[in-house]
Structures are given as structure tokens and as C-alpha cells.
Design a protein around this ligand. Structure first.
Ligand code: FMN
Length: 217
């Protein structure tokens, strides 16, 4: 699914949009990498450095976990869910048949990127621009989502598959403790990646006419 064919001045624009159209959610992933760990690190670092933030507040914090370190985050999630089962908050059957296999599938991947927002770092600017104070937290999350999307795109352009997860606040304390992270780093999302073992699911699109308008063309 895409827009009508048009000519762009810069071939990089077509390439960018091809990457955008090709990005999908992949759940079947294995612990292999088509590129070097340095290349993965470079993608993630660039997403931290070059994705914009409101007033250039630079509120995103990112942790790249590879191989055994990646597996730890999903062991934490499995352990936390087991705790909920033991407490009677989650039915054992649901955990065994649905949640655990899903978490084990994440664990079977190559890496996870943890995306955090440091909301506490916004205190001075909230004071300085009091009129916008209530906007800074949502802006910080929006900027974080831009980094998530960029990493997702770039990893898939390099041959990975990826899926985006949200196990906060369930895993927050253990994550902070395991990697000795600052308490002010608030976890938002986990991007799981590895070499795909199966295709992406079917995807449908609502009519673009219902979602987009152009004036003055
Ligand atoms: C903001 C956001 C939150 C998402 N959260 C989850 C999630 O918690 N778990 C999950 O499996 N997929 C999650 N997804 C993936 C979406 O379900 C998926 O992107 C969507 O169905 C479109 O499919 P596609 O990624 O293959 O294009 C999320 C996607 C976005 C953009």
C-alpha cells in the first residue's frame, strides 16, 4: 500500500519512503544479527543524538542490550509475570499458554533497545517557560517515540525484524537495578530485534481519504 508514484528530486527520498513502507512488526525472531554490534550501536546512538526534542531539551535516554544482556530483560519480565500469577493477579493458564510463550519469543531474539524519558531533567525549563509547563512531558514522550521509530526503521533496513513492547511499570525497578541506571530514567518502550524467522502478519489500511486532506494543491 502506498501513495501514487511520483518523481522525487533526491533519490534518498524514495529510498527513505521505501524503508518506511517496508517496516513491519515481526514477532518470530532469532538470536542472529546481519550486521556488526558496532553498526547496531551506531544506529541507536544516532537516534539519541539526532532525533529532535522540544526546545532541544534532549530528554531521551536509551540502553542497548545485546545477547545475554538482552535475555535478562525478558527473564525479568517472565519473573515479574510469575509473581503476578503467584499473587493470583493473572490466571496461571493464561500465563502458561499466552504470556510466557510470548515473552520467551522476545527472549529468543538478538537484542532489545530500552527507551526511557528523563522527565526530571525538564524541571528548569518548566520553570523558565511556565506557560508551556504542562506541554513538556508529552513533548518528551513524542520525541522518544521518534527515536523508537527511527531505530525500528534503520534496524529493519539492515535486515533485522523488530517489535515494540511496553512492559513498564512491571519491569521498571528490576531494569533500573540490573543495569544500575539513574532513578530519573522512566522506561517507556522496549524494541525487540533479531533476524526474522517468520513473516509479518497481514495488515489492513483504512482509506487514506478518511485520514488525509490536502488544500491549495
Ligand atoms: C505507539 C505504539 C505502541 C505499540 N505497542 C505495542 C505493544 O505494546 N505490543 C506489541 O506487540 N505491539 C505494539 N505496537 C505495534 C503495533 O501493534 C503495530 O505497529 C501495528 O499493529 C501495525 O503493524 P506493523 O508494525 O506491522 O505495521 C505498538 C506500536 C506503536 C506505534
Amino acid at each position: 500500500m502506498g501513495s501514487t508514484a511520483v518523481e522525487f528530486k533526491n533519490p534518498a527520498t524514495s529510498t527513505l519512503l521505501e524503508v518506511v513502507k517496508a517496516r513491519r512488526t515481526y514477532y518470530g525472531l532469532k538470536a542472529e544479527s546481519p550486521i556488526s554490534d558496532d553498526a547496531i550501536e551506531s544506529i541507536v546512538q544516532d537516534s539519541v543524538l539526532h532525533v529532535p526534542s522540544s526546545f532541544n531539551t534532549q530528554t531521551s535516554r536509551v540502553v542497548l542490550l545485546l545477547k545475554e544482556e538482552h535475555q535478562k530483560v525478558w527473564d525479568i519480565a517472565i519473573g515479574a509475570m510469575e509473581g503476578l500469577v503467584a499473587a493470583g493477579a493473572v490466571p496461571k493458564e493464561m500465563f502458561e499458554n499466552h504470556t510466557k510463550p510470548k515473552l520467551e519469543a522476545f527472549r529468543a531474539a538478538y537484542g532489545t533497545v530500552l527507551f526511557f524519558v528523563d522527565y526530571e531533567s525538564l524541571a528548569p525549563i518548566k520553570e523558565k517557560f511556565a506557560i508551556y509547563a504542562d506541554k513538556f512531558d508529552p513533548f518528551a514522550l513524542e520525541s522518544n517515540a521518534m527515536s523508537q521509530y527511527l531505530v525500528w526503521l534503520a534496524l529493519e533496513a539492515e535486515g533485522f525484524g523488530a517489535n515494540l513492547q511496553h512492559y513498564s511499570p512491571l519491569i521498571d525497578d528490576q531494569v533500573t537495578k540490573t543495569w544500575n541506571l539513574p532513578a530519573s530514567w522512566k522506561l517507556d518502550a522496549q524494541l525487540v530485534f533479531g533476524v526474522p524467522t517468520s513473516g509479518a502478519g497481514e495488515k489492513t489500511f483504512a482509506p487514506i481519504e478518511d485520514r488525509f486532506k490536502v488544500f491549495g494543491k
